[in-house]
Write a protein that binds this ligand. Structure first.
Ligand SMILES: Nc1ncnc2c1ncn2[C@@H]1O[C@H](COP(=O)(O)OP(=O)(O)O)[C@@H](O)[C@H]1O
Ligand SMILES: O=C(OP(=O)(O)O)[C@H](O)COP(=O)(O)O
Length: 402
């Protein structure tokens, strides 16, 4: 089923646009990444047509270190569009409404992080979200809603599912291209082996999907947080929050039963790390075989070199490889071995490959690889693997029924 696009939207209107500018934040600084570059196309097109363009986006999750204002995002986006992007530290209050009404044709304004509003979260039905004060108040100011945030379309948050029920709604250019690429993956058949590399920090997102993809994927190569949680289930002393971390224990509680059942029933499809890397007393990378780990006192930041050597032949022998999430903290060069090793192994072959995730795809430029070495580099992570199961994404579904 298709949706209306910018081709169907008359120019010169007041347009509310949902982007996904969710980005890595290092020491309080928002890091530029593909999401800005891709969304710039949609924003520029609307501004060039003389629309009044108001942007909504989220950043991080409440309580996290990356839960920050969107002020820096406005400057980064402006650099990609080559024009001013105004910012207002408000979403639908008086200050925001005044800034929206003050916009001239062709001007762009970014509103504050939608997740700073109680009504944005939690996930609820579109009908409930459409009734929120946020959606009801803000929608009065606009003629149309454009959703460009494919990578957040698996979330039933107000800015994603509320507005399509109250405003004429359209897909932005990124929504269009990501939808097309990712939906076609869902229906593609491969004769040879299909491998999925699973890592990153959002283990909860990927574990349920792994379970749903077991017929499509021959083997899952694990790293990152999900990888350690599977090792924990297999009886190793890893995958615990140590030294103030907040990555493992909550996700373990939420997924323990599922992880154990996947290991029990589909264990032969799961390939786990044989060694892990950590920072030693001299601040250097050190590696240890998983079998030698006897104390749960160390935070592991990457899979080890032996694991990369184990994973590489699986990749070389595959007809298709899908990556969701980094195998380690690749932003730190010492812990990039797993992620870069796997991406280089994919780049060496001519298999069909998709690399997904706003964070993970950054490793491609950071370590001198080229986007051309992969069939598709998606700015979506959780949404793209959800789409692989053939399941529809709530925010996309609403655009289609609009
Ligand atoms: N062992 C680890 N410890 C800490 N962070 C990790 C680890 N493994 C992976 N990461 C981090 O995971 C992030 C990617 O996570 P996630 O957001 O789930 O994936 P994506 O953005 O690709 O969808 C990377 O920025 C990387 O630093
Ligand atoms: O970055 C995102 O997802 P991703 O890490 O799966 O690519 C989206 O912005 C969704 O963010 P969320 O997982 O905090 O809801």
């Amino acid at each position: 089923m298709t949706f209306k696009t910018l081709d169907d939207l008359d120019a010169g209107q007041r347009v509310l646009v949902r982007l996904d500018l969710n980005s890595p934040v290092e020491d309080g600084e928002v890091q530029d990444n593909r999401r800005f570059d891709r969304h710039a196309t949609t924003v520029q097109e609307l501004a060039d047509r003389g629309d009044r363009v108001v942007l909504m986006a989220h950043q991080g999750r409440p309580g996290g270190d990356d839960f920050v204002s969107l002020e820096q995002h406005a400057d980064i986006l402006a650099g990609h569009i080559g024009m001013d992007v105004k910012f207002v530290a408000d979403t639908y209050g008086d200050e925001a409404i005044e800034a929206i009404r003050g916009l001239e044709a062709g001007e762009v304004l970014l509103l504050e992080n939608t997740r700073m509003l109680d009504e944005e979260l939690p996930e609820e039905d579109p009908e409930v979200k459409a009734e929120t004060e946020f959606v009801q108040t803000l929608s009065q100011e606009f003629d149309a809603y454009v959703n460009d945030a494919y990578s957040a379309a698996h979330r039933k948050h107000a800015s994603l599912v509320g507005f399509p029920l109250v405003l004429p709604s359209y897909a932005g250019r990124v929504m269009e291209s990501e939808y097309e690429a990712n939906s076609s993956i869902a229906t593609q058949e491969f004769e040879g082996d299909v491998t999925m590399v699973v890592g990153g920090t959002k283990a909860t997102d990927v574990i349920g999907v792994m379970n749903a993809l077991d017929e499509k994927v021959d083997q899952f190569l694990l790293g990152g947080i999900a990888g350690e949680l599977f090792l924990r289930a297999a009886g190793h002393e890893v995958g615990y929050d140590v030294g103030g971390m907040d990555l493992f224990d909550d996700q373990w509680e939420a997924n323990e039963d599922l992880i154990r059942s996947i290991l029990d029933e589909k264990g032969d499809q799961i390939v786990l790390a044989t060694d892990l890397a950590y920072e030693d007393d001299n601040d250097e990378r050190a590696e240890v075989p998983v079998a030698n780990i006897t104390e749960k006192d160390t935070g592991y930041l990457d899979v080890g070199s032996d694991t990369v050597a184990t994973y590489t032949p699986y990749i070389h022998d595959s007809e298709a490889v899908f990556v969701k999430g980094a195998l380690g903290l690749f932003e730190d060069e010492r812990f990039a071995v797993g992620t870069v090793g796997v991406l280089e192994a994919i780049a060496e072959t001519d298999c069909f490959s998709v690399v997904g995730g706003g964070d993970t795809s950054r490793a491609i430029e950071m370590y001198g690889m080229s986007e051309d070495d992969f069939s598709h580099v998606s700015i979506a992570g959780g949404a793209y693997i959800r789409a692989m199961t053939g399941e529809s994404l709530p925010a996309v579904e609403l655009l289609q029924s609009n």
